[in-house]
Write a protein that binds this ligand. Sequence first.
Ligand code: ZN
Ligand code: ZN
Length: 153
Amino acid sequence: MKQSKMIEVLKSKFPDINLVPGDNHYWSPKERNVYFKRDDSTLESTWSLLHETGHALLNHIHYFTDIELLTMEMDAWEKAKNLATELDIEIDDDHIQDCLDSYRDWLHKRSLCPDCFLSGIQINTSTYSCIFCHKKWKVSSERFCRPYRRKTL
Ligand SMILES: [Zn+2]
Ligand SMILES: [Zn+2]
């Protein structure tokens, strides 16, 4: 499906969500904007757009821990899959798994203590603490949603 067509369909289905062209796909809860990558009609771009729309429809705003963030990611993909079915599009399950894997990796990396490289515990949205050396470190609260290619062995 052409991106322009897709935007048109989504706009008429969900008039209370603003679809705004931008440099990348993301959901901004504050403005209720779903940004989409301008002039990109590739399949993956279409899936990302549905995924971000999923976040919007599920009203994803607050999260406390990275685990909650991951759950929100999975829920948004579930929603995207339902939307895709309605629009007669199929989202590749491998793509979803790739996205979730890259998310897990990212979350894992930021949970590692900068000093002893062991997994810390999250004490609030933006802070982790090491149970071994008691170091605390900040993590960005920026959301991340970028798939990488699964390595084929
Ligand atoms: Zn997401
Ligand atoms: Zn440590």
